[in-house]
Write a protein that binds this ligand. Structure first.
Ligand code: HEC
Length: 263
């Protein structure tokens, strides 16, 4: 007697070969197939297999008969199997779709640089600024000294209009929105953030926000907004004045890079 390959085995082997070709052979000889296209290839393969199976009455009958037997549940074997299938299939579908819909939480890969090297110069609203040439907040310079209190007060207003939602009213980084963000908003009261930084570094970070971080700080999704779009350069210098007025540390200056901030 000639051995006939059962139709179900044919279908399964065809499917395995197709998946192997799509996910191993094609990527090896050209490029990986994009996810959505891959889905379409699988659907097309399933349709092709079904067309083949239904091409003759006999093969179709062979293919559906076990399913029919299961659904009818007339024998001692198929009856309990039918119950098991009717419980298992909805459970598997439910589990699959709920895990698919809820997504997965994965930690960010790689190390990220929290205080990256600032660029030598930045363009602020079209004007080029050399950060190294700005040793300190211009509003601390002699000609603005009389207005220092006023500028600091103005910086406080800017802070409470724009920043405290994330950086908190005590500047501790635990504002109303803070829990929603990873990385968390910077805690300005800690010795590890702006106490270590120069005012021009702050100007750069505030002006360019998360999107302006260089590649060594990725991958992370900093929620820090690009304040250049909302504040003038004077307002940014004012808010920086306020930040150092409100915390017990002085900004770093280019000269004292070796010893940290602090009084
Ligand atoms: C939507 C939330 C959000 C708001 C509003 C926000 N920030 Fe931030 N900020 C962050 C996050 C998150 C970080 C930490 C990640 C990073 O460094 O980009 C951060 C970081 C910073 C840093 C860098 C500190 C460091 O140690 O490197 C400074 C400076 C800063 N923010 C200033 C401000 C100022 C000033 C304002 C208001 C004008 C402001 N932020 C408003 C979310 C926010």
């Amino acid at each position: 007697m000639k051995f006939r390959v059962p139709i179900h085995l044919k279908a399964i082997i065809t499917m395995i070969v197709a998946i192997f070709v799509y996910s191993v052979i094609v990527p090896a000889i050209s490029a990986p197939i994009p996810g959505q296209l891959y889905g379409w290839y699988i659907i097309a393969t399933v349709i092709a297999i079904l067309v083949y199976i239904s091409s003759t009455e006999a093969s179709w009958e062979e293919f559906v008969s076990p399913f029919r037997a299961l659904l009818l549940g007339r024998t001692a074997l198929t009856k309990p199997l039918r119950i098991a299938a009717f419980i298992a299939v909805p459970l598997i579908c439910g589990w699959y779709f709920s895990s698919w819909a809820s997504g997965t939480v994965s930690p960010p890969g790689g190390l990220r640089v929290i205080h990256p090297t600032p660029p030598g110069s930045v363009t602020f609203k079209g004007t080029r600024m050399k950060l190294k040439d700005i040793p300190t907040n211009p509003l601390r310079e002699h000609e603005h000294e009389a207005d220092l209190a006023k500028n600091t007060e103005e910086g406080k207003r800017i802070y409470y209009e724009n920043c405290f939602y994330c950086h908190a009213d005590d500047l501790g980084g635990n504002g109303h929105f803070a829990k929603g963000f990873n990385p968390a908003p910077a805690n300005f009261q800690s010795t590890g953030t702006i106490a270590q930084l120069t005012e021009s570094f702050l100007f750069w970070r505030i002006a360019k926000g998360g999107p302006g971080l260089p590649t060594e700080s990725t991958p992370w999704d900093s929620a820090m907004p690009v304040w250049e779009d909302y504040l003038s350069d004077k307002e940014i210098w004012q808010v920086i004045l306020y930040l150092y007025d409100a915390i017990p540390y002085d900004p770093r200056t280019w000269g004292d890079e070796d010893h940290g901030g602090g009084h």
